[in-house]
Design a protein around this ligand. Structure first.
Ligand SMILES: Cc1cc2nc3c(=O)[nH]c(=O)nc-3n(C[C@H](O)[C@H](O)[C@H](O)COP(=O)(O)OP(=O)(O)OC[C@H]3O[C@@H](n4cnc5c(N)ncnc54)[C@H](O)[C@@H]3O)c2cc1C
Length: 505
């Protein structure tokens, strides 16, 4: 028998907690939702770069008006992850329209076209997808479309968010939507086995039918439950972070990655600041050595402003246990590469909310199991993709040598073997062995192929066979990439967008 849920208490008003509250309330009208947080604590400055699905989650699933969001949060539109230096590889992108660079599998004779991609187009600076062009030309996805009488957007992009503006905006929305924000700190959790009976705050006690632990790595509720933790085989466990001011005209619309001695650096531009980070493995470098390397690498940051964050890579194999669901960093985290955390957490909350709504807010074991399977699959799929970045990285320090040997899942091993033997294949199982998947995974086989090929992986299939690329195909490809370049040249950059075009949106 299940329990009908009338009220929910979310512990933690970071981005994950507020997004969970908004998702639960939106699809479950009548549900009483409150968020308890020590709201005066400073908001963590990490978590700024998002992944493709974020726009659909915020503006469709959560019903957040896009124009209002843009005016309040002033995001930068991110078109790719740009690997400016990944252990000495030629610079390459992971653009959000990567799959569009591959031939259309429904066309005739695609073998030649795949070979063309493999041999010439994949790493050519003259053949950039629209997202790659946006980065190369420093543009936003917005352009003026006279026939539509206003600004038009290329949708295959995500956001760089200023965490204070974003979190402040989410709080405002919660209040508008009758979600209570309670300023308190949970100090004691009363349990009976794995069931949460009551929370005791500094000011008062809280009881609810469902508790959501969104307390970040403090894991205030989850820590009281018997939850197995699946630790990922990634040595990275800390990150240094600092910001400096920039002008809108300097914005790079990509998350930019460079290699470090014991990890990697990020650069994430928002509309008024450049956020820099160094994700490192404390097993290979002390914090003070990492700080020295970080300050040396980044221009314009002050050593005194550098903040250190620690994290663990892995997740609780059951996100929902009894009457408590963990979301956000409280549930799990892979690592910052590919910036999947916030988007995956938001998507998890939307999934939780729709599952509950679809079952009349009655929580049964079957609902819990379905949700837990979704969360597990999401983390595993993200780990699969992140792990490949290290497996093919050519760094020479002790950290990079050991990172090359990390565990790859059998799903990834199979895909790599298949690429070597058979080349690209649009018909490879897009679920990568997750047979119960009913929606696209974050990363699909074509993303893996593109990534490893950019990092230098070859395929015996193309090395052993010769394909002729006819002149007509070449001309068509040139025309296509030329028109993408010209189209992007007409786009607004971020300064033009915010100083003029926003009104036409
Ligand atoms: C180094 C690093 C870099 C990252 N970079 C990215 C990135 O680029 N992109 C991305 O998508 N994700 C990134 N993430 C993940 C990011 O942190 C999360 O995705 C998300 O933005 C915030 O997570 P959260 O809300 O779960 O936790 P938090 O932001 O930590 O929020 C937890 C909240 O719980 C509250 N709280 C804690 N204890 C209590 C208590 N006892 N009582 C009441 N309230 C309490 C805190 O006050 C806080 O407000 C990164 C993480 C790390 C560690």
């Amino acid at each position: 028998m299940g329990e009908r849920i009338e009220d929910v208490t979310v512990v933690g008003g970071g981005d994950s907690g507020l997004l969970a509250a908004l998702a639960l309330q939106r699809t479950n009208p009548g549900l009483d939702v409150s968020v308890v947080d020590d709201f005066d604590r400073p908001i963590p400055q990490v978590g700024k770069s998002t992944f493709l699905a974020i726009q659909q989650i915020l503006h469709d699933s959560l019903g957040i008006d896009e124009q209002r969001f843009v005016e309040a949060v002033q995001p930068v539109w991110k078109a790719s992850v740009y690997f400016r230096d990944w252990c000495g590889c030629d610079p390459f992108h992971y653009p959000f329209d990567q799959r569009r660079k591959f031939p259309n599998p429904e066309e005739r004779d695609t073998g030649e076209a795949y070979y063309f991609y493999y041999a010439e187009l994949a790493d050519s600076d003259d053949h950039l997808s629209k997202c790659e062009q946006l980065v190369a030309q420093g543009k936003s996805p917005w352009s003026f479309e006279p026939r539509e009488g206003g600004a038009r957007k290329y949708e295959n992009v995500a956001y760089h968010l200023d965490t204070e503006r974003f979190n402040g905006f989410l709080r405002e929305l919660c209040l508008e939507r009758d979600i209570s924000l309670v300023d308190d700190e949970v100090v004691t959790v009363d349990t009976a086995g794995d069931r949460i009976r009551r929370l005791r705050g500094r000011d008062r006690a809280y009881e609810a039918d469902l508790y959501v632990d969104a307390s970040g790595f403090s894991r205030v509720l989850r820590g009281e439950q018997d939850a197995a933790f699946r630790e990922f085989d990634l040595p990275l466990d800390a990150a240094l972070n600092a910001r400096s001011e920039i002008d809108l005209s300097e914005v790079v619309p990509a998350t930019v990655i460079d290699t470090g001695e014991a990890g990697w650096f990020w650069q994430i531009d928002t509309s008024d600041s450049r956020d820099r980070g160094y994700v490192y493995a404390s097993e290979y470098v002390s914090e003070s050595e990492a700080r020295a390397e970080f300050v040396d690498h980044c221009e314009g940051i002050d050593a005194e402003d550098v903040v250190n964050y620690e994290f663990s890579s892995g997740y609780h194999d059951r996100a929902w246990i009894e009457n408590c669901v963990a979301v956000g960093n409280a549930e799990g985290f892979v690592e910052p590469l590919q910036s999947t955390g916030l988007t995956a957490n938001a998507k998890a909350s939307v999934t939780l909310a729709t599952l509950l709504s679809g079952h009349g807010r009655v929580a049964t074991d079957a609902v819990r199991e379905r949700y837990n399977a979704w969360v597990e699959r999401t983390w595993e799929s993200i780990y699969d993709f992140v792990s490949v970045h290290y497996a093919f990285a050519d760094g020479e320090t002790a950290f990079w040598e050991s990172a090359r040997g990390l565990d790859l899942s059998p799903r990834v091993e199979l895909l790599l073997e298949d690429f070597d033997r058979n080349g690209f294949d649009a018909h490879v199982d897009p679920t990568m062995g997750h047979s119960d998947v009913d929606e696209p995974l974050f990363f699909q086989p074509l993303d893996f192929y593109a990534l490893i090929h950019n990092m230098g992986a070859t395929s015996e299939f193309y090395e052993a066979h010769d394909f002729e690329i006819d002149d007509e195909t070449r001309r068509a490809v040139e025309r296509n990439y030329g028109s993408i370049r010209d189209d992007v040249a007409d786009h607004y950059d971020h300064r033009e967008f915010y100083h003029g075009a926003l009104g036409q949106h």
